[in-house]
Design a protein around this ligand. Structure first.
Ligand SMILES: Cc1cc2nc3c(=O)[nH]c(=O)nc-3n(C[C@H](O)[C@H](O)[C@H](O)COP(=O)(O)OP(=O)(O)OC[C@H]3O[C@@H](n4cnc5c(N)ncnc54)[C@H](O)[C@@H]3O)c2cc1C
Length: 333
């Protein structure tokens, strides 16, 4: 019997989200290690067009169900609907994005389907006929390699894929669509969707900046965030950013948070001051062209991806750098 890998599709009712194409790239890699047919499972208010596009483009089967209100994520409805669909169309591996909805739904789904769950997967490899899945732990300081050798259609392995771990593949085949449209009766739910709130990164000036200087917990005190702003001010078209704890402390606005749950940035120059380089922060700067890290710890993860590593105390280095910069600045500048 053919085994299956199921991709849980993310879309907004009009377009397939890029995260789905990252899942496709990952599952193509997974299917080479564990031969299985890839199929997509999607729910939404009116899935017909998107299902057709997806199947034509990828040459894979799409199982789709129309459910009222399902263009907006709802934990109970989504978990219930996917559980019913996956019971009817079982898969050995069930893959969703490590997005807010994927993180919320996949653990519940794995319990409902009597499966196993690994979240935040960054890669997979095979050794001695066993598949291993790599994920970051301890805020990205350590990588864990986990295996679940007994995955099967009756006890699936449910995974969420870390954003950015795989380059998205959006194939452009022109295959005859292979779609199963099916109905799902979801249970009544006590949870009511009220409204969608604006992302904290809305209105952020980070996306336009060519140079971003960000401060992390290494700044130690709120007053030291002024050093980050002053360093940013040295550059034209610049902005000051921050890691999440700095925003949580209230030392910077959430619109300044860089990272997976903040703003994804792509400046020409990114200067990370006192930032360790947790995966969630690195996800936000993977498109930065040149990275400078100022950190007292030469083994901090950020040092592995930085183009220039400055192993110094930022409270000493930044003032000294600014002083030297001002001295060397020609009067005409
Ligand atoms: C679901 C989820 C989403 C998240 N989203 C984000 C996100 O979008 N963005 C984000 O940033 N984080 C995010 N996080 C948090 C993330 O996991 C890390 O906890 C956070 O990025 C760590 O921030 P940091 O690097 O400032 O602090 P730390 O990890 O504490 O690092 C501080 C660094 O400063 C260095 N340092 C200390 N003193 C000095 C000094 N005097 N001079 C120079 N260096 C010094 C230390 O060596 C250390 O490397 C998220 C976490 C979760 C669970």
């Amino acid at each position: 019997m053919t085994e299956h890998i199921a991709i849980l599709v993310e879309h907004d009712g009009k377009k397939i989200k890029p995260a789905t194409w990252e899942l496709f790239a990952f599952t193509e890699h997974l299917a080479k290690l564990h031969p299985a047919a890839i199929h997509f499972i999607m729910i939404g208010e009116a899935t017909r067009n998107l299902a057709q596009q997806l199947s034509t483009q990828t040459q894979c089967q799409v199982i789709a169900a129309d459910i009222k209100g399902a263009d907006t994520y709802h934990g109970q409805i989504y978990t219930d609907a996917f559980t019913r669909l996956l019971s009817r169309y079982p898969a050995t591996y069930i893959v969703a994005s490590h997005s807010t909805s994927g993180m919320d739904m996949i653990p519940a789904l794995s319990i409902a389907l009597n499966g196993t769950c690994i979240t935040g997967v960054e890669n997979t490899d095979k050794e001695d006929q066993t598949l291993y899945f790599t994920r970051a732990v301890s805020g990205g300081k350590i990588l864990a390699r986990l295996c679940a050798p007994l995955a099967s259609a009756s006890a699936p392995l449910c995974l969420t894929l870390s954003p950015g771990a795989f380059k998205p593949i959006a194939p452009d085949k022109n295959a005859a669509p292979d779609i199963i449209h099916t109905a799902v009766e979801c249970r009544q739910t006590a949870m009511i969707y009220k409204e969608r709130l604006a992302s904290p990164s809305l209105g952020s000036n980070l996306t336009k900046a060519e140079v971003i200087v960000s401060g992390g917990r290494g700044i130690q005190e709120e007053e030291n965030y002024a050093l980050i702003e002053a360093l940013a001010d040295l550059f034209p078209r610049s902005a000051a950013g921050a890691s999440r704890p700095i925003c949580d402390y209230g030392w910077a606005e959430y619109s300044q948070q860089v990272g997976a749950t903040g703003t994804i940035v792509s400046p020409k120059l990114y200067i990370a001051c006192g930032i360790s380089g947790a995966t969630q922060h690195l996800e936000g700067i993977r498109d930065a062209r040149f990275i400078v890290a100022i950190n007292t710890d030469s083994n901090a993860p950020i040092m592995q991806i930085a183009d220039v590593c400055i192993v110094e105390d930022l409270t000493e280095f930044i003032p000294l750098f600014m002083e030297t910069f001002q001295k060397r600045k020609r009067p005409a500048d």
